[in-house]
Design a protein around this ligand. Structure first.
Ligand code: ADP
Length: 391
């Protein structure tokens, strides 16, 4: 494996395991911070491999690939949470700093471990249970109400690994694999929110304004920053809870907490429960690339290197992010040019991925003072790139 070329002046090499869009979006701030990124990439044409100076091809599942890669890095972090525990352990044993640490990362990898730990720490969660078969699921549903939200503890993303079941036998196919599953009450939430924080190894922490995430068919399609009309007490509690969690779990790097807002009885304040944790830059934080003084990607690099964190203040009253899903076409560039001409204030971030229907291929950001206008512009841009509107 050839060594990544360092910037002069003693600046470090940051290794990222996984060549997806999150690693790719670390490259612009890495350039500005004079850091060198090296990416362990699943293929030579992965989203990040196309833009970073060093992208050895290898598998995050192969301990030899990971160790050979890490030897050339001053710190190692992740594009995704799918590195298996034994590979993580071997990585830590080499002595290279790894952020987030495996002891923390497990709570983003395993939803059952996460629910157990959050419950121990007194963080509000949906009612939940580990269920080993139809009988235990039926017992849970009979107490907490049907339908039940059933989740595979590991490997889920974008709603894959989550389903609603109306009875114990409904889940027979999942139990057939012999896995212990996570059953949760179906929370009657009013909207989904996300709290994005960053924490460094020496304990400095920062929290961005809480955002609203809008999901369509299990995929986040729009983010409103900050969440409009959010109850200030709820915002303060949830921000504090995220910071406390980051400290208690010793999380390093960018850390996102997905939460459900629940309406209070008439005249009373809303409350929240925590849905999920992510320990890396997160889709709910893509707005920070244009809408915050420090983007989540820059902050993640600063945090894993234990550099002082950057300011997290917004650049405008509102920022709206729209995710761009692939449409049924090949040529993106002509569409892209039209969009830039139509809206000069629009920021389009594409991931260098081939277009496939439904595949996340980029996102757009717009920021300013008029939320309705920003939402309409972000929606139009995402729809236009997706090919569902043509003018
Ligand atoms: P993933 O790991 O795929 O992102 P999540 O646990 O975030 O899975 O669940 C995906 C979506 O399913 C959430 O965004 C939410 O809309 C819905 N969901 C998850 N858990 C619950 C719950 N307990 N009650 C109601 N809806 C839920």
């Amino acid at each position: 494996m050839t060594s990544p070329r360092r910037a002069p002046g003693g600046f470090p090499v940051v290794g990222i395991i996984g060549g997806g869009q999150l690693a790719r979006m670390c490259q612009p701030p890495a350039v500005n911070l004079s850091l060198t990124l090296s990416i362990l990439s699943e293929s030579a044409d992965a989203a990040a491999a196309l833009v970073v100076p060093s992208a050895p091809v290898g598998s995050h599942l192969d301990v030899d690939d990971v160790l050979a890669f890490a030897k050339e890095c001053d710190v190692v972090t992740f594009d995704h949470e799918h590195v298996p525990p034994e590979v993580l352990q071997a990585l830590v044993d080499t002595g290279v700093p790894v952020h987030p640490k495996p002891e923390a990362l497990v709570f983003a990898q395993d939803k059952l471990a996460m629910r157990e730990r959050l419950t121990e720490l007194g963080v509000p969660c949906p009612a939940w249970a580990a269920v080993r078969g139809e009988a235990e699921l039926t017992a849970f549903g009979d107490v907490h109400g049907w339908p039940v939200v059933l989740k595979t503890p590991r490997g889920g993303y974008d709603g894959k690994g989550v389903r609603l079941v109306g009875s114990g036998p409904d889940a027979a196919d999942w139990f057939a694999h012999g896995e212990v599953l996570l059953a949760e009450e179906r929370v009657p939430f009013t909207r989904e929110l996300a709290v994005l924080t960053a924490r460094s190894p020496s304990g400095q922490a920062a929290v961005w304004p809480i955002v609203q995430t809008v999901q369509t068919d299990g995929i986040c399609t729009e983010v409103l920053a900050p969440a409009p009309g959010l109850d200030p007490a709820l915002a303060a509690q949830a921000s504090q809870a995220a910071l406390t969690l980051a400290g208690e779990l010793d999380i390093t790097g960018v850390f996102a907490v997905e939460i459900f807002e629940i309406a209070g009885a008439p005249g009373t304040a809303p409350s929240y429960v925590v849905n999920e944790l992510a320990m890396r830059p997160h889709n709910s934080g893509h707005w920070t690339m244009d809408g915050s003084v420090t983007s989540q990607f820059e902050q993640h690099l600063r945090a894993v290197l234990d550099l002082p964190l950057g300011a997290v203040s917004p650049r405008a009253t509102w920022t709206v992010m729209g995710n761009v899903l692939g449409g049924d076409y090949d040529e993106l560039y002509p569409t892209y040019k039209h969009l830039l001409a139509r809206d000069p204030g629009l920021k389009v971030h594409l991931y260098g991925k081939g277009v496939r229907p439904g595949r996340k291929i980029g996102h757009v950001n717009v920021y300013g003072e008029d939320l309705d206008d920003l939402r309409a512009r972000a929606r139009h841009a995402a729809d236009y790139l997706e090919g569902t509107v043509t003018a």
